[in-house]
Design a protein around this ligand. Structure first.
Ligand SMILES: CC(C)(COP(=O)(O)OP(=O)(O)OC[C@H]1O[C@@H](n2cnc3c(N)ncnc32)[C@H](O)[C@@H]1OP(=O)(O)O)[C@@H](O)C(=O)NCCC(=O)NCCS
Length: 177
């Protein structure tokens, strides 16, 4: 597919990962532009990516491949907490850089939250912690009606440096556009 081809958002689907996604996973998981703001270090080999898909993505309660048709172009997770914290779930995502700026992640997060509400009935709060510098991700959450709650200074390490993080949340009762 040509790099600049405009994607129709109706083509976007979410599905569980398969080991056969490994080559496509490496396109985004192996791209420093994508991993700059993720907890991942850039994947450097097919073996490493395959291990991650088998060991993390497939057994995960909600780790989905963002797809065009059936082709993996990105990653999205909903991580429900447990025990007294089972009312909340973290949301995380990444998209192959050639598809940025077309509204694909915004659509995928909306789909994941809709599915998450069904799969995890105790969850009433979806939250995302985003690096202060990660304006594209903040914009995704803004567009979906997430509330920016606070800036948490020097909250965590990423790529060896402490980062200021912004906490966003969306409640199950909040309207999603
Ligand atoms: C964050 C990310 C998933 C966004 O994916 P995407 O499909 O391009 O997102 P969308 O197209 O739905 O929305 C992006 C919005 O950010 C805006 N944006 C992009 N770069 C921006 C910047 N530097 N400053 C402000 N806004 C920016 C876009 O214009 C768009 O807003 P608009 O629709 O009002 O024009 C993608 O950039 C990515 O994979 N980044 C690396 C991984 C990552 O950061 N994951 C999130 C960790 S919290």
């Amino acid at each position: 597919m040509a790099k600049d081809m405009k994607i129709s958002l109706s083509e976007i689907t979410l599905r569980p990962y398969r080991t056969s996604d490994v080559d496509e996973f490496l396109i985004y998981g192996g791209d420093d532009k994508v991993t700059r703001f993720t907890r991942w270090n850039t994947f450097t080999s097919k073996e490493e990516a395959l291990f991650y898909i088998k060991d993390y993505c497939i057994p995960h309660p909600y780790c989905r491949s963002i797809c065009i048709g059936d082709r993996s172009i990105g990653f999205i997770i909903v991580v429900p907490h447990s025990g007294e914290d089972r009312c909340r779930a973290d949301v995380g995502y990444a998209l192959a850089s050639e598809y940025w700026g077309q509204g694909i992640t915004t659509k995928a997060v909306k789909m994941a939250i809709t599915e998450g509400l069904k799969e995890f009935p105790d969850v009433v709060r979806f939250q995302a912690l985003v690096e202060f510098e990660n304006k594209a991700s903040q914009r995704v959450l803004d567009k979906l009606g997430f509330l920016e709650e606070s800036v948490m200074r020097k909250y965590s390490f990423n790529k060896g440096q402490t980062r200021d993080m912004v906490m966003y949340s969306l409640l199950s009762t909040d309207p999603m556009p």
